[in-house]
Ligand binder design. Structure first.
Ligand code: ADP
Length: 491
């Protein structure tokens, strides 16, 4: 059975609409049968009719036609055998019987065809529901009746044949999502035209399922709204999404650590500088203190320099640790300019090593975005490392890297422009695809990860390039206006 409830909603699923011509034919057949029965039938033809009606339910359409023809042939043979041709009333009775049989056969065949069609559709529907994990259900807006298909019972894990009810549905709803589902029922009571809810089910053994429910009102009767909809089990999709998200996060972590490896020399240099300053200031402090007359003010100044250098070194190690840490992304309000400045402190030596002069143009109003700081740093580091590598063949004095941020419409943009060899136009569309690389030791995952990070931030990333002039990689993130009243004026 397609639909369990037997309530009025079930009729909506099986409603048959006959075309006007068919309607007229059915009426005509009905009239013939009534007229024939009135003038002609005898007990024998009533038996044939009963036989025909039984056959309709038991055998195929072809067999029904054969049985109907056999009945007519038998009727005619009996009529001839009894010499009916010589009596006028026998002839009319024979003709009446034949027309009744013919009309009943036609009506019954039509009915059988419709019910066979429906049965086929039902089988298709049940199969489709099973395969797509989608069930259908219906309920009255006042929740007095509810109906659902067997697939819904399967999703809700009720035994087949359990009488559907709103309370059974709510009993399976996850307690945390109950308000959501009750609110959707309230929306039905207000006769809203479309009700869509995504919520969780809690099974008796503690398993959680995710479902997507969608319902629309179909008709009103005596002021009652009835909703019909679909209920889809999206648990597998949700689990796959979670697994994909986990895999992407892990991949992002691996590539981040790889980039840190590429920056190792640069980072070591960044940490070494304050360490060297600490050593020399410590030496100076000792000298001031070892004098016959210790110079305390100078010693204090040296100690202050030591403290400042130590905090600088610890800041760098803190940043490196944050980049190498394996943690779930956490989005919060961040200034893109600050992220750029912080990232530059990690790659400064790398740029110097490649003899690249950075040109930084930061938006006057900054740009507050909802971002995971570490992930955005990863994107910027990746773009900068690529730009450095792209300029390896450019003559040293001409190596300039432009990093620019600006605010446009409702987005904060960042652009990294190099003066490398450029990217051929047929290669541009492939840049962000996984494992695309033109480098001997490249992995081809950097830009792909950049895109997934920017997608996660609901932004866009793209590249433009001119051969022998260089390339620009730009990303745009939605601006966060809430914490930055100044932006309203800036936009
Ligand atoms: P990988 O650096 O491991 O090759 P990426 O995904 O970071 O992986 O880059 C993919 C490819 O895109 C690179 O191999 C290179 O061909 C091209 N590319 C990326 N950035 C630039 C750039 N600034 N200039 C020219 N080509 C670039």
């Amino acid at each position: 059975m397609l639909y369990n409830s037997g309530q009025r909603t079930s009729r909506l699923l099986t409603g048959i609409s006959l075309k006007p011509l068919e309607n007229a034919l059915v009426w005509l057949m009905g009239l013939i049968v009534a007229f024939g029965l009135l003038i002609a039938t005898d007990t024998r033809s009533v038996l044939y009719i009963a036989l025909l009606l039984m056959a309709i339910h038991l055998v195929s359409i072809g067999a029904v036609i054969v049985i109907a023809l056999l009945c007519m042939v038998t009727l005619t043979s009996m009529f001839l055998y009894e010499g009916g041709l010589h009596r006028w009333e026998s002839i009319t009775q024979w003709l009446g019987n034949l027309s009744v049989l013919a009309a009943i056969t036609l009506v019954a065949l039509r009915g059988k065809q419709v019910s066979d069609n429906l049965r086929h559709k039902e089988v298709y529907m049940v199969g489709a529901q099973r395969l797509t994990q989608t069930a259908c259900f219906g309920f009255r807006a006042d929740l007095q009746t509810m109906g659902w298909s067997e697939q819904a019972a399967r999703i809700l894990e009720y035994p087949s044949g359990t009488a559907p009810s709103a309370s059974l549905f709510l009993a399976r709803t996850h307690p945390d999502d109950l308000p959501l589902v009750l609110a959707s029922f309230e929306r039905a009571a207000r006769h809203e035209s479309l009700i869509e809810v995504k919520h969780r089910l809690l099974m008796p053994d503690g398993r959680i399922k995710h479902v997507h429910m969608f319902a629309t009102p179909l008709f009103t009767r005596h002021g009652c709204f009835e909703y019909l909809g679909a209920l889809m089990d999206v648990t597998a999709r949700k689990l796959a999404e979670k697994a994909l998200y986990r895999a992407q996060t892990q991949l992002a972590h691996v590539t981040r650590v790889t980039s840190l490896g590429e920056l190792a020399a640069s980072i070591a240099h960044e940490v070494n500088q304050p360490l060297a300053a600490i050593t020399s200031s410590g030496q100076a402090c000792l000298n001031w203190l070892n004098r016959p007359q210790p110079d305390l003010p100078e010693a204090r100044q040296a100690l202050e320099r030591i403290i400042a250098s130590a905090s600088r070194a610890s800041e760098i190690t803190h940043r490196v640790r944050a980049l190498s840490r394996k943690s779930d992304p956490l989005r919060q309000s961040e200034s893109l300019n600050d992220i750029v400045k912080e990232t530059l402190s990690l790659v400064r030596h790398e740029l110097a090593h490649h003899k690249i002069s950075p040109k930084i143009e930061l938006a006057a109003f900054g740009g507050q975005v909802s971002a995971d700081r570490v992930q955005l740093q990863q994107v910027i580091i990746n773009l900068i490392i690529n730009a450095c590598q792209a300029m390896e063949k450019v003559k040293a004095p001409g190596r300039t890297l432009l990093i620019r941020t600006w605010v446009k419409d409702n987005e904060v943009m960042l652009e990294v422009t190099d003066q490398g060899a450029g990217i051929p136009s047929d290669v541009l569309p492939q840049l962000f695809t996984p494992f695309f690389t033109t480098k001997e030791n490249g992995l081809g995952m950097g830009l792909c990860i950049c895109r997934s990070i920017i997608d996660f931030h609901e932004g866009r990333i793209w590249a433009t390039s001119a051969i022998d002039k260089g390339s620009s990689f730009v990303f745009a993130l939605p601006i966060l206006v809430a914490n930055e009243p100044g932006y309203a004026a800036a936009i």
